[in-house]
Design a binder for this molecule. Structure first.
Ligand code: HAM
Length: 402
């Protein structure tokens, strides 16, 4: 949990500095949203969604990701009209029926950010920089930032044609899924993990030979801005990513660690300039990313885990002493300290043992003798040293000793 809290709190703190606001969307959405948004020939939609018909006959799915839901909310609640530019972030569970493996779960937690309504390359560079800054802030390293462009309307029909021509020559070697994809969505073949298809993809045409002028300029400008800002990245010309809504810039952050097994991708994102239109709105260029919280935790060093506030244990032996212990605990908690207190006046020995087990940094012993002088014993649990302190000075003494 300290690791989860470090990721979640660190993320909120960072993205809020960049002007993002939190959005919370439901876990269930109409299945149609993901079919139309993510694409019906993607692995997520074809094989991995948890979908069912509810008692009213509606077809629903547990959300496999957050982008489609964010855009659904953007359109449904009139943002496109009222405030077309939105900067949103989210955290929460997502569901994909994948084969479970190290770093790959069927319920996993994602956090992400969406910058809706900005077309300029500066938006791409800023969001990539924000993602990389976040990963670095967790002490994760070394990482690789992979970048590619899938082009837009100028590029895609030409590139699609080139891919169909290439794979058609070896159609009989394609897996069953990819044979189906050949006409419907040949870009997906580049992402297929089956050995035979991978072999055919080695000399598949590169998107960079087909980028239209505007798409090329956009990509070059994103790279120039990343270089200028000192964000390390490398172009990965064969990367396509697994969702159909992407256009132009796509990116991924990969971490090398045996803890992750084959799942090296910790964060992924890209531009989706057609998604808003596809879901029924006006054309609204947008870009975003998300990351798996479990995967980050598996690769982040323990030193980044959220530091716990020191614990104070208040002990009292006998009824009167226990009453005072409860009073002292109440006061210290109201002053903002993290406090545990014994609820039964068990022997001092057993209470101190408990304090030790809980990892308390200090114990306050509300002894009868000290009480006569308005005091209590303050014990440093690390070295066992004890001093008598006036109760009204306890908080100040604890502060000095921190
Ligand atoms: P994605 O690449 O499908 O992108 O997922 C993003 C991240 O979620 C992955 O890099 C990985 O860390 C984590 N992840 C995905 N599947 C699993 C799993 N089964 N178990 C554990 N972690 C997993 C998206 O979801 C897009 N919505 C990103 C985006 C936002 N693009 C634009 N805006």
């Amino acid at each position: 949990m300290p690791a989860w809290h470090a990721v979640e709190e660190g993320y909120r703190e960072l993205v809020e500095r960049f002007g993002y606001q939190e959005i919370r969307t439901p876990l269930l959405e109409p299945i149609e949203l993901f079919v139309r948004g993510i694409g019906d020939s993607t692995d997520i939609v074809e094989k991995e969604m948890y979908a069912f018909e509810d008692k009213g006959g509606d077809h629903l799915a547990l959300r496999p990701e957050g982008t489609a839901s964010a855009i659904r909310a953007y359109l449904q609640h009139g943002f496109q009209v009222e405030s077309p530019q939105c900067k949103w972030y989210y955290l929460g569970p997502m569901f994909r029926r994948e084969r479970p493996a190290k770093g790959r779960y069927r319920q996993f937690y994602q956090a992400g950010a969406e910058l809706i309504g900005v077309a300029a390359p500066a938006a791409d560079a800023e969001i990539i920089d924000m993602a990389v800054q976040f990963i670095e802030s967790l002490g994760i390293g070394p990482v690789r930032v992979l970048l590619n462009s899938l082009g837009g309307e100028q590029t895609r029909p030409l590139y699609r044609k080139a891919l169909v021509e290439h794979y058609s020559k070896h159609e009989q070697k394609l897996c069953e899924d990819c044979s189906r994809r050949l006409e419907r969505n040949p870009l997906r073949i580049l992402d297929c993990k089956v050995e035979g298809c991978r072999a055919l993809s080695v000399d598949a045409p590169s998107v960079h030979d087909y980028l239209g002028e505007d798409d090329r300029e956009h990509f070059d400008e994103v790279r120039r801005l990343l270089d200028k800002g000192g964000t390390p990245h490398q172009v990965e010309p064969t990367m396509v990513r697994g969702l159909d809504y992407y256009t132009r810039t796509i990116f991924e952050v990969q971490a090398e660690s045996s803890a992750l097994g084959a799942q090296t991708s910790v964060l992924g994102g890209g531009r989706y300039d057609n998604l808003v239109k596809q879901l029924g709105g006006r054309a609204t260029p947008s870009i975003g990313f998300s990351f798996g919280i479990e995967r980050l935790i598996m690769v982040m060093p323990e030193s980044t885990h959220k530091e716990q506030v020191p614990l104070v244990f208040v002990a009292g032996v006998g009824k009167q002493s226990l009453d005072r212990a409860l009073d002292i605990a109440r006061t210290l908690r109201r002053q903002g300290r993290r406090v545990e207190v014994a609820h039964t006046g068990a022997s001092l020995r057993s209470q101190l043992k408990k304090a030790d087990k809980l990892g308390a940094a200090f114990a306050v012993i509300a002894g009868e003798e000290e009480a006569k002088r308005g005091g209590a014993t303050l014990r440093n649990m690390t070295d066992g040293q004890q001093i008598e302190v006036r109760v009204d000075e306890l908080s100040a003494r604890l502060e000095e000793l921190r």
